[in-house]
Design a protein around this ligand. Structure first.
Ligand code: HXC
Length: 263
């Protein structure tokens, strides 16, 4: 390991909600690799302990549901007292399932709003007085569905749109001491989300053609985006939502026929 890697986040303490699996676990591993002290939080205590072990570097694993403000605040206080303070907070816990609005109870809609949007409010609201300021960096995990409507995901679309605005408002209210940004991952391989949203391999292969980069992204590529946003290289970036999606949101790449312009 070279010195740059070891030092980039040295002395930084990170709290990662939803960090026990998927993209957020990838971010936790990346941050630990680059020198941060890391705590991951998820609903399931065994999963949290296992994730901490997988991350290594003396990572902490705690259980709390982001829907429960008191529980998430208590987890943050425990981490801040163990680490000293918090420099980086990631809000990444998410829930999703495919259902038309007519097949969704009020509780079903509320459940996803509670996990994604209210959970992000709870994580960010709960951490502010524990942050090492100035210089703290917060990231929420959003999605392209915040901007582009997607049938069967009214709950997730509404929640992610709310998250984008929450990011912008907090960047205004908490600047210049705290930077608040989002990452909007496109389709990312080996995630619970894509297992749920694209379970069929044939549909998945057809989907590649529509993406400018002609493939799904890697968890490690999203983790690199998080590393950038939390690093000094992003010191003038706040209130932005960084698309890490291979160009998924810019248009349908399968409809392009360049030969029509070659005559
Ligand atoms: C219709 C459904 C449903 C379905 C659940 N519900 N699944 N309704 N179709 N397929 C309803 C239930 O019937 C219930 O309503 C309500 O939702 C709450 O369900 P519970 O199972 O009681 O909730 P809970 O145990 O808290 O589980 C939350 C969950 C679940 C979101 C429903 O799927 C979950 O835990 N997911 C976590 C993991 C996950 O989804 N990860 C993927 C994130 S992907 P009633 O009325 O019966 O009480 C992602 C990518 C983003 O975020 C990209 C898109 C924006």
């Amino acid at each position: 390991m070279n010195t740059f890697r070891e030092n980039l986040l040295a002395g930084k303490n990170a709290f990662i909600a939803g960090g026990t699996s998927g993209i957020n676990l990838g971010i936790a591993k990346k941050f630990a690799e680059y020198g941060a002290k890391v705590a991951v939080v998820g609903r399931n205590p065994e999963k949290a302990a296992h994730a901490a072990q997988e991350i290594g570097h003396d990572a902490m694993g705690l259980s709390a549901d982001v829907r429960d403000y008191d529980a998430i605040r208590c987890a943050m206080e425990n981490v801040a007292s163990a680490f000293g303070s918090l420099d980086i907070v990631i809000s990444g816990a998410a829930g999703n399932f495919l259902a038309p609005v007519n097949g969704m109870s009020a509780n079903a809609f509320r459940t996803v709003i509670d996990i994604d949007l209210n959970g992000t409010f709870n994580v960010f609201r709960g951490c502010h007085d524990l942050l090492n300021k100035p210089g703290a960096s917060l990231i929420a995990i959003s999605a392209g569905q915040a901007v582009n409507a997607s049938a069967l995901q009214a709950h997730a679309c509404a929640a992610k749109a709310g998250i984008n605005q929450l990011i912008r408002v907090l960047a205004l209210e908490w600047g210049p001491e705290v930077r608040v940004n989002g990452i909007s991952p496109g389709p990312i391989a080996d995630t619970e989300g894509m297992k749920r949203l694209a379970p069929d391999p044939a549909a998945r292969d057809a989907h590649y053609a529509r993406i400018a980069m002609k493939r799904w992204g890697l968890i490690d590529e999203v983790a690199d985006s998080a590393l950038f946003l939390c690093s000094p290289a992003a010191s003038y970036i706040t209130g932005t939502i960084l698309d890490c999606d291979g160009g998924s949101q810019i248009g349908d790449a399968s409809r392009i026929d360049l030969s029509r312009g070659m005559a």
